[in-house]
Ligand binder design. Structure first.
Ligand SMILES: C[S@@+](CC[C@H](N)C(=O)[O-])C[C@H]1O[C@@H](n2cnc3c(N)ncnc32)[C@H](O)[C@@H]1O
Length: 304
């Protein structure tokens, strides 16, 4: 089965997922994704049978309502998306504006899926009043309903009956994890590649986030964190405290889209941080982790 990716989402880890999966032990009970977004890592892990159970969480309520439909009632969302997609024909621009207006009143998940499929860079943006205000990408109509159907049905097949879905602050979810679980975190930190300077639903407080990492470390919970990144000459993201004992791995993520626009040929690198408890579980030492640096070459910026 091809790895499905039903929700187009800027910052999705779809292309880095195989690399991230290589650090997930084979005997975990539940894979937690407290910043799920399009849940690219959970879907890839489910396909490769890396975890028995999954916990998807995101603070964005319409997004989690969409996951609820995709996983539990796929045929409903398949129909709703197909209707919106066909109804837009011949009047695409105004139709998009009307759906966006209706989404802002109702927060309906099918409207969100249509908007993400049609909007610029599949990027969720909200104004100060919390209204979705991203513009449409007028060059495309959004993924064809037949392709969307395949991805929705496949994701539902992989995650149904073994996923817990919540819409909470990430800290509530972290507190549920046990030693035999694994947490994959991809927080929306401004200035990192994950958020790329674009606004997600909410930005995180650095200090609060770091104290959650200390808490997980003291409870021996294995985790993987996607955190900062760099181009050849610029690093993004505030450094994490050394005494957390995390192991950093850099992944060559592709060419920087901004550098390409400026006619430069810069590569970008994304970082993964592995927790102490995970290192012990994987029984790998720092030397092997350094060697991992040379494995990859995935294109990330075309990933939505
Ligand atoms: C970088 S994206 C995750 C992308 C994801 N890895 C994927 O493959 O699509 C970060 C996500 O964190 C969510 N988020 C922001 N603040 C949060 C919070 N306090 N608790 C939980 N989720 C939050 C955002 O809504 C966004 O979907």
């Amino acid at each position: 089965m091809r790895t499905p990716h039903p929700i187009p989402y800027q910052g999705s880890k779809r292309n880095l997922a195989p690399k991230i999966l290589s650090f997930i032990p084979s005997d975990i009970q539940t894979l937690f994704e407290p910043f799920a977004g399009s849940a690219a890592v959970s879907i890839a892990a489910a396909l490769r049978k890396k975890s028995k159970l999954f916990h998807l969480n995101d603070i964005n309520k319409p997004l989690m309502d969409l996951w609820e439909l995709i996983i539990k009632k796929p045929e409903v969302i398949v129909k709703q998306y197909a209707k919106l997609w066909h109804d837009q024909k011949g009047n695409e621009r105004e139709f998009y504006d009307r759906v966006r207006e209706k989404f802002n009143k109702t927060r309906r998940p099918d409207f969100l899926l249509y908007l993400l499929a049609r909007c610029v860079k599949a990027a969720i943006r909200y104004n100060f009043d919390g209204e979705f205000n991203q513009s449409p990408d007028n060059r495309r109509l959004g993924r064809h309903p037949s392709l969307m159907k395949q991805d929705i049905l496949a994701a539902s097949y992989l995650l149904k009956n073994r996923s817990t879905l919540t819409c909470q602050d990430y800290r509530e979810v972290l507190s549920r994890a046990k030693k035999h679980d694994l947490i994959y975190m991809d927080p929306p930190y401004q200035g990192t590649f994950a958020s790329g300077g674009f606004r997600y639903f909410k930005d995180l407080e650095f200090e609060t986030f770091v104290s959650s990492l200390y808490d997980l470390t003291s409870r021996d919970i294995p985790f993987i964190l996607s955190y900062d990144g760099r181009t050849e000459d610029k690093t993004f993201g505030k450094p994490l405290p050394q005494d957390l004992g995390l192991k950093k791995i850099e992944i060559k993520a592709g060419r920087s889209s901004q550098a390409t626009l400026l006619g430069r040929n810069h590569f970008t690198y994304e970082s993964l941080y592995l927790s102490k408890a995970l290192i012990v579980k994987l029984r790998i030492d720092s030397k092997e982790i350094t060697d991992h640096k040379s494995i990859q070459q995935t294109e990330m910026f075309s990933s939505y």
